[in-house]
Design a protein around this ligand. Structure first.
Ligand code: GLS
Length: 831
């Protein structure tokens, strides 16, 4: 981008050349002119002949030009200003659509709408043409996107580093109710939001071996790699909200190195050369679609090393060759978003020791101050572990470095506790069973200046259950930062109806200071405000109905309570609990009290299953089967409906969440690290039915028990039940309603009489039920019955909904960023 910090060339005389940047005029005429220039000379079409795609691109270029004029290369400036930069290392960024976000940030939304109208174009049609970059799986990736939005809005110098996957999270379709994955070719038509920078490419090496050599009497080890690839950066703009700041998201794309190709080409092996090129470029080909439970695939480790090595070198290049590396911790903090980027730790050590010739101790001291680690899980199977065999083959020098870090660490442990073999085994970075493997979470914990969990309960369990020996060993290292979501995208942009109601009441300061929402509290008792609030909710339901009709041919009855469960499909999240509730209501409807006056409900699901996760896919099939049976049954008409639009993504979330009445957050206590959907719902005026898990705990504390439907076992109660022995069949036998619901599924009632289809789902619950669905069923049904009662008093419900909005300003990602700054990064915002 143009760099305002750099003066014009010495011979420049024209006034325009002397201006740092020529920006387009921020008025309707200026916008129209810029739009038509882009349409005519970039797309090369006349307005009359242009397609929706042409127009979308021309609009995107226009908005981009405004941002570009403000893209002050904040990183370079920050470097020049000696500021400390937050380098956020994340394998995932679930960005969502860019156009609306950028219109909002630039304050151009109204001008653009009117300018296009004067060109005979409805901006809504162009918005709809944008394909969202789905470069993440779920909450973890979306969190990264929220964080970089907040950092730009708060003027904190930040570069987000990640991978430019050619294929993001798969596009989900349903065939006969079963999930079928389609490739997400989001780059097919190109993306107007990215800027390739081939001149800033990095060479990233892999494989080979290490060798010892004599360096002026000092024995050193060095890496002799076997092959390499180019990492080409693509910059994306991350604009702050109406503040002129544009930070950078830098995503790396793999490209075969020409030298590598040439060597093989010269050997005459054309096919081998092309094969090698494909191999290299595979590295950034596709996002791994596992959320929370990664598979230990070689290509995944390649991806991880590829992007963190490129990012570290990029940052060191920015600082320049003369930079005094002992001062590195004053200038950068690498935040490790889960274990995915942890291979950055030995990479920085390698650069410092092998390339920059620092001695080990000095390098280690620097490294320990430059990294901080965020853990996003409690599931043991989600803590990444790389086999020594694989890591040694792909990154032999890094394995040596990890061994040395481990040896020195275990020496310290021995010094503190003596030769306690069990403790040494438990704290070693290297696991011995079932195979020798590197525990990336341990490496991150040892190397990181701080380790944080993502909600109070999660951080406490991290300290007490997941890494207790480390918590004891490193007092003060563990901390909490409760997650947050950006109010720009998830309230202001996604919910214009509610935003208007809020702004009319308290002004628009809440958009960058979400605690302002507190001022709505007294208005919960104001009938006029309640009416306006309820009208916004109703309008959002109609908007959702329109989107679902156009997108999927589904319809939503605006008179129904909208009960929503949207999140990745995972057994621990317990979509099955929701299914059992629906089946129970259906069963009641068929056989129960005909005078039952429960409010009509529509259940809306959105969920992708990892392609290899068989049980999750069966549950998706079951939801669709139950939905079809109920939706086709005239006896359920006007009372129950089930909607499961395929391919839930950020774009769909933005219309679903504002329309919801009830938010389902029903994970088994102790399993959901935080959740962030839970926050988005509360902020958009849905009430939560939830367990005492993740950030639900904090939501309930803030909104008050009377505005939250709590059910289920607490985390200690879960532990207690496990300890005394959990027998799901006992719950099945003891609870008539539960028995009826499970029997109905097992009977084939939802599978055309075929009892085999869902037998594995039912058996799993009856004989295994790792996530204690049956144990929490009764309590869940009871809470849902309380929801029915509460919903009937629509005034009281709206009052609670308003209080949910007014009391959850804490969950702004701006607050999360403040916490990271205070507790971990110590980076003051730029003036
Ligand atoms: C996750 C957790 O499962 C979520 O609870 C959490 O909200 C999110 C962001 O911290 O991180 N971890 C993960 O691997 N995927 C997630 O969404």
């Amino acid at each position: 981008g143009p760099d305002a910090a750099v003066p014009a060339p010495a011979g420049a005389t024209h006034p325009l050349a002397l201006a740092p940047v020529i920006g387009p005029a921020s008025d309707i005429d200026g916008f129209v002119r810029e739009f038509l220039l882009n349409l005519n000379f970039d797309r090369g079409v006349a307005l009359s002949a242009s397609s929706v795609t042409d127009r979308y691109f021309a609009l995107a270029y226009t908005v981009r030009d405004y941002l570009m004029a403000r893209w002050l290369e904040d990183v370079r400036r920050a470097i020049a200003d000696d500021a400390k930069v937050v380098a956020y290392l994340s394998a995932e960024y679930l960005l969502g659509r860019q156009l609306d976000n950028n219109l909002l940030a630039t304050g151009l939304a109204d001008i653009a709408t009117e300018a296009l109208a004067q060109c005979g174009i409805d901006i809504a049609d162009l918005r709809a043409a944008e394909v969202e970059p789905g470069l993440g799986n779920g909450g973890l990736g979306r969190l990264a996107a929220c964080f970089i939005d907040s950092l730009a809005t708060m003027r904190v110098p930040n570069v987000g580093y990640g991978i430019r996957y050619e294929y993001g999270i798969f596009r989900q379709t349903f065939v006969d109710g079963q999930q079928v994955e389609q490739p997400d070719s989001w780059l097919e038509l190109g993306s107007p939001w990215e800027f390739p920078h081939p001149e800033a490419a990095q060479t990233i090496s892999f494989g080979g071996h290490t060798e010892k050599y004599d360096d002026d009497g000092v024995e050193r080890s060095r890496w002799v790699p076997g092959w390499n690839v180019q990492a080409v950066p693509y910059n994306l703009m991350v604009p702050g909200y109406e503040n002129g700041v544009v930070n950078t998201l830098r995503l790396w794309s793999a490209k075969a190195t020409t030298a590598f190709d040439l060597r093989i080409f010269n050997s005459g092996d054309y096919e081998e050369a092309v094969r090698a090129q494909t191999y290299a470029e595979n590295i950034s080909k596709v996002l791994y679609p596992e959320d929370s439970t990664p598979q230990g695939k070689e290509l995944r480790l390649q991806q991880q090393y590829f992007f963190v090595a490129a990012s570290i070198h990029d940052l060191l290049d920015l600082l320049g060759p003369a930079f005094d590396l002992t001062r590195l911790p004053e200038r950068v903090i690498f935040q490790l978003n889960d274990t995915h980027p942890v291979i950055a730790v030995p990479e920085l050590m390698r650069v410092l020791v092998d390339e920059r010739k620092l001695d080990w101790d000095a390098a280690w001291e620097i490294t320990q101050k430059c990294f901080a680690y965020t853990c996003h899980t409690l599931l043991p199977e989600a803590l990444e572990v790389w086999s020594v065999e694989l890591l040694g083959r792909l990154l032999p020098r890094h394995l040596e470095i990890i061994y040395r870090i481990n040896e020195e660490f275990l020496d310290e442990v021995r010094e503190r506790y003596g030769h306690d073999l069990i403790r040494l085994r438990d704290m070693s970075i290297i696991a011995e069973f079932p195979e020798r493997a590197v525990r990336m979470a341990y490496l991150a914990t040892i190397a990181g200046a701080k380790v944080n969990g993502v909600a109070e309960l999660h951080s406490q369990l991290l300290r007490d259950k997941v890494l207790p020996q480390f918590n004891e060993f490193f007092p003060g290292k563990f901390t909490n930062v409760t997650n947050g979501v950006t109010p720009r995208r998830f309230v202001r942009q996604a919910n214009p109806a509610l935003s208007r109601v809020i702004t009319d009441a308290i002004g628009d300061g809440w958009i960058t200071d979400l605690d302002e929402l507190r001022r709505l509290e007294p208005l919960a008792d104001d009938a006029g405000f309640r009416a306006a609030f309820a009208q916004a909710k109703a309008a959002n339901k109609r908007r959702l109905d329109g989107v679902l009709r156009a997108r999927d041919g589904l319809a939503l009855d605006e008179d129904h309570m909208l009960d929503v469960m949207v999140k990745r499909l995972h057994e621990y999240k317990r979509q099955m609990l929701k299914v059992l509730h629906i089946v129970t209501l259906y069963d009641r409807l068929l056989w129960g009290d005909p005078a039952d006056d429960a409010p009509a409900r529509t259940f809306l699901f959105g969920a992708k299953a990892a392609p290899g996760y068989t049980m999750a896919k069966r549950i998706i099939h079951l939801i669709n089967a139950v939905g079809k049976t109920i939706n086709d049954d005239p006896r359920a008409r006007g009372k129950l409906a089930v909607l499961f639009p395929p391919n839930y993504n950020v774009t769909l979330a933005e219309t679903v969440i504002p329309a919801a009445d009830l938010s389902e957050q029903v994970s088994l206590a102790g399993k959901e690290a935080s959740g962030t959907g839970n926050m988005k719902f509360a902020l958009n005026g849905a009430l939560t039915i939830g367990t005492d898990d993740g950030a639900n705990v904090e939501i309930r504390q803030l909104v008050g028990d009377e505005n939250f439907f709590l059910f289920g076992m607490s985390e200690p109660e879960v532990e207690e039940l496990w300890a005394k022995g959990y027998h799901p069949t006992a719950f099945y036998q003891a609870d008539e309603n539960l028995k009826r619901a499970l029997d109905l599924i097992a009977s084939g009632a939802f599978s055309g009489g075929d009892r085999s289809v869902f037998e594995p789902v039912v058996s799993n619950l009856l004989y295994d039920d790792r996530f204690m669905v049956l144990a929490d069923y009764a309590s869940y049904i009871q809470a849902q019955d309380a929801v029915d009662v509460a919903y009937r008093d629509s005034d009281a419900w709206t009052r609670s909904a308003i209080l949910n909005v007014a009391r959850t300003g804490f969950f702004s990602s701006d607050r999360s960023m403040r916490d990271y700054i205070d507790r971990i990064w110590h980076t003051p915002p730029l003036a």
